[in-house]
Design a protein around this ligand. Structure first.
Ligand SMILES: NC(=O)c1ccc[n+]([C@@H]2O[C@H](COP(=O)([O-])OP(=O)(O)OC[C@H]3O[C@@H](n4cnc5c(N)ncnc54)[C@H](O)[C@@H]3O)[C@@H](O)[C@H]2O)c1
Length: 377
């Protein structure tokens, strides 16, 4: 294969944003498009000069395509992924890979049956030079073993106009959650990807409709416990403005912080553990080098980078930026935060998928249908 023909499923905000950079991809491009809305599918198919479909199964069956890019609402991600993998196609799926850990496992199992096909996720934040720098400092041991990760990520401000823009948005039936399912998947992926650690217990407080007339959570504060003894904090909201993006990772060699893009490393001259254990002083000052770290400029289009990487993985077997199998990590953290936050009971990880499915069914029954109607302003 020399040219990867991609069928885009879901042509709303994200699907059409992806298609805009398609003509600049090397070694791939649009092969077909599909949207449940026939007018949209027809208009976009004609604009790009490719066959258009309203049923993804038909596109997978008949479309002149080698791969699919899935940009439907999250609940449809597993079924489209599995159908495409079973038909021999490569899959690039939007985040979150699924709504529940159980559904994500079925996607991974489908890929295990077709390991030669590529299965990637649109975790474009993994390509941000800021996070790549943080990850390399952690992985190369500069920070030492991690003792704490704290992320205040409240710059996901959203308005009622946003929530009213799609009937599926911020509903249990349409999204299976709120800020944790829609806005935070990148941050939840980062919690895993930056540190390589998974928590084994999460305690949280989540609030439904704190700042918007929606039926799902729009504010969450969570505490994560790790098997190593490290502790994590994650605070998010879609109601705060201007909001904060403050990430701090403490380790045995100091503390790394990123605030609104400014990256600082307060590197201790010696191991903090050693200082604690051997200093003859009661209140020693931990000497540090305070370093403002530079990193590469933010690329213009990070979604395009992930799609190009997906094409290169198919054509040249380069490693995927975000393999499908890794998407379950952040999803599991998010599922645990949501269940802990709304039941106000700590959740142990790995999660029992059946328990989570029951929790989701309970939430849907109790709170479903309570989102304000679109005309309410
Ligand atoms: N990676 C990112 O940075 C990023 C950013 C925004 C959204 N997303 C993700 O992209 C996905 C789509 O979000 P959006 O904002 O584009 O939503 P949207 O509502 O704007 O678009 C969704 C589209 O999917 C279509 N659709 C629904 N069910 C379908 C089906 N069964 N078959 C074919 N088409 C179907 C709808 O008609 C609509 O056109 C979500 O999972 C979201 O989390 C990712």
């Amino acid at each position: 294969m020399e040219h990867v023909r991609i069928g885009v499923v879901g042509l709303g905000t994200m699907g059409s944003a992806h298609l805009r950079y398609f003509p600049t991809l090397v070694g791939g491009g649009a092969g077909a498009v599909c949207d449940a809305n026939s007018e949209r599918a027809k208009a976009i198919g004609e604009e790009f000069g490719v066959p258009w479909f309203t049923d993804y199964r038909e596109m997978i069956e008949k479309g002149p395509i080698d791969a699919v890019l899935i940009a439907t609402p999250h609940f449809q991600h597993p079924e489209v992924t599995i159908a495409a993998l079973e038909k021999g196609l490569h899959v690039l799926c939007e985040k979150p890979m699924a709504v529940t850990v159980g559904a994500a496992r079925t996607m991974i199992a489908a890929h295990e049956k077709h390991p030669k096909q590529k299965f990637g996720l649109m975790f474009n934040v993994r390509t941000y030079p800021l996070y790549q720098k943080i990850r390399s400092l952690v992985q190369e041991g500069d920070l030492g073993p991690i003792s704490r990760i704290t992320w205040i990520i409240t710059d996901w401000f959203r308005t009622w106009t946003y929530y009213a823009s799609g009937g599926w948005r911020a509903t249990w039936a349409g999204e299976g959650g709120g800020v944790l399912l829609n806005q935070c998947p990148h941050n939840l992926d980062m919690l895993y990807w930056l540190t390589g650690m998974m928590p084994n217990r999460i305690t949280a407080v989540a609030n439904i409709a704190k700042t918007h007339p929606i039926e799902v959570e729009d504010e969450v504060s969570a505490i994560l416990e790790y098997p190593s003894g490290a502790i994590g904090h994650f605070i998010t909201s879609t109601g705060e403005a201007p909001g904060s993006n403050y990430l701090e990772i403490a380790g045995d060699q100091g503390v790394l912080s990123a605030r609104q893009g400014k990256l600082q490393f307060r590197r201790t001259r010696q191991s903090v553990k050693k200082l604690r254990e051997t200093s003859p002083e009661m209140f020693p000052v931990a000497e540090t080098w305070d370093i403002n770290l530079t990193y590469a400029a933010q690329p213009e289009n990070t979604h395009k980078l992930v799609t190009q990487n997906f094409i290169d993985a198919i054509l040249k077997d380069v490693p995927l930026a975000a393999p499908g199998e890794e998407g379950i990590k952040g999803l599991e953290i998010g599922n645990a935060m949501l269940m802990a936050g709304l039941t106000r009971k700590p959740v142990e990880l790995p999660i029992d998928p059946a328990k989570y499915d029951q929790f989701l069914a309970d939430m849907t029954r109790e709170h479903g249908g309570k989102k304000a109607v679109a005309s309410v302003r």
